[in-house]
Ligand binder design. Structure first.
Ligand code: PSV
Ligand code: MN
Ligand code: MN
Length: 386
């Protein structure tokens, strides 16, 4: 087993990015259940994110979603974050919520719609300049519902054209993260349905274009850790949108549905030297029925637990068993790490950082939940069931 001190040291290098929309009200297409005390502004979302960071110590970055987090002065918003020990992370573009986007955005057959969508993406890069954000996250709802509705290849050409324009606009230290999703809202074709399509576009664009793996965006049974291993090997894994799913894009708390899968993913991250700042560990979740801040704290802890277990894998023993063609021995090395209770180790890590060993209990004791219920009336909706 890897020495606990080395595991603890590696754990301190990971930072987890929480999404602004997870702090707001969300729901399904059937109902948004409003909760008391949810943020009424991007600033209040940052106030809540600061609580998550305060109790976990590893969530100093917050992703924004434009236009859901539209403000007049983005540099001032970045200052607001900084004053709370945070920084602004990925800017998530939104080319799916306007009526104009019924037949797609950058892939639409209508050139005026394509121009509008590209204008929004370029505006997001302007916002990155103001906030100091490194990453532009691109998720396209584009696709078709019926065979013959539009030309699959022409849509790829339009996509490539828009991505190229955005790529050329990126600054020296900025990146674009292209996210794929196999279906929904389109049900016949999706223009960026899988890692292969995202990878092909990113490869042509250049090193500043990277693939983002949303763990809820695959067909059931897909081996996500294989995709992670491959993208890391090719230097093309820009980050994760973590969440968990039982059926489709459920956006439940990461690690809730399948902690073993999360461990397997994190093992490939560790194996591929991906615990660096080059890989963004973002959450993309919605908390429709559970209180939001403790749910986000729980999610951060779940990522940490999977990471700790992945770090505990005895890589020398694993390599030896693999080289000896010892199938069961190799599997046992991995399972030993997965079956280790890492909660005491993580409690130590927190205490050594001056934090409460139990972040959820510390949050409940802090009084923040009652304070926001008292102070905030009429909280914001996250947009839609992102
Ligand atoms: C839609 O599926 C989605 O959940 C994507 O995963 C994006 O990352 C997110 O919305 C925010 O736009
Ligand atoms: Mn996502
Ligand atoms: Mn999604």
């Amino acid at each position: 087993m890897t020495a606990p001190s080395a595991v603890k040291a590696a754990l301190t290098t990971q930072s987890i990015e929480t999404p602004s929309w997870a702090y707001g009200n969300s729901g399904t297409r059937f109902k948004v259940f409003a909760q008391q005390g949810v943020p009424r502004s991007p600033q209040e979302k940052l106030d809540d994110a600061a609580q998550v960071h305060r109790h976990t110590g590893v969530a100093p970055v917050v992703a924004l979603h434009i236009p859901w987090d539209r403000v007049d002065d983005y540099a001032a918003l970045a200052d607001y974050a900084k004053e709370r020990g945070l920084r602004l992370g990925a800017i998530n573009s939104n080319v799916f919520q306007d009526d104009d986007y019924k037949l797609g955005s950058v892939c639409s057959p209508d050139p005026a719609v394509r121009r509008k969508a590209l204008g929004h993406l370029l505006e997001c890069v302007d916002i990155m300049d103001a906030t100091g954000s490194r990453d532009l996250k691109l998720w396209f709802a584009d696709g078709t519902n019926y065979p013959g509705q539009d030309d699959i290849r022409s849509r790829q050409d339009r996509l490539a054209e828009a991505l190229t324009a955005v790529y050329e606009r990126l600054g020296e230290d900025q990146r674009m993260l292209l996210e794929y999703k196999f279906f929904e809202p389109a049900f016949y074709t999706t223009d960026v349905p899988d890692w292969g399509t995202a990878y092909a576009h990113c490869l042509k664009l250049g090193p500043k274009a990277q693939v983002v793996v949303d763990t809820g965006h695959h067909a059931p049974g897909t081996n996500i850790e294989f995709i992670v291993a491959l993208l890391l090997r090719e230097g093309k894994l820009g980050g994760f949108d973590f969440n968990s799913r039982f059926y489709a894009d459920d956006d439940l708390m990461v690690g809730a549905a399948d902690p073993f899968q999360l461990f397997r993913i994190m093992y490939e991250v560790v194996r591929g030297e991906g615990l660096s700042s080059e890989v963004a560990f973002m959450l993309d979740q919605c908390h429709n029925i559970e209180p939001k801040i403790p749910a986000i704290i729980r999610s951060v802890m779940n990522v940490q637990e999977a990471t700790a277990k992945a770090l505990l894998v005895d890589r020398d023993a694993l390599a030896a068993a693999q080289a000896a063609c010892d199938v069961l021995g190799a599997n046992a090395v991995l399972m030993d790490a997965f079956n280790t209770d890492v909660r005491p180790l993580l409690a130590d890590v927190r205490e050594e950082a001056g934090l409460d060993p139990d972040p959820i209990a510390a949050y409940h004791r802090s009084g923040w939940a009652q304070r926001i219920i008292d102070d905030r009336k009429g909280g914001q909706q996250a947009g839609w069931g992102a």
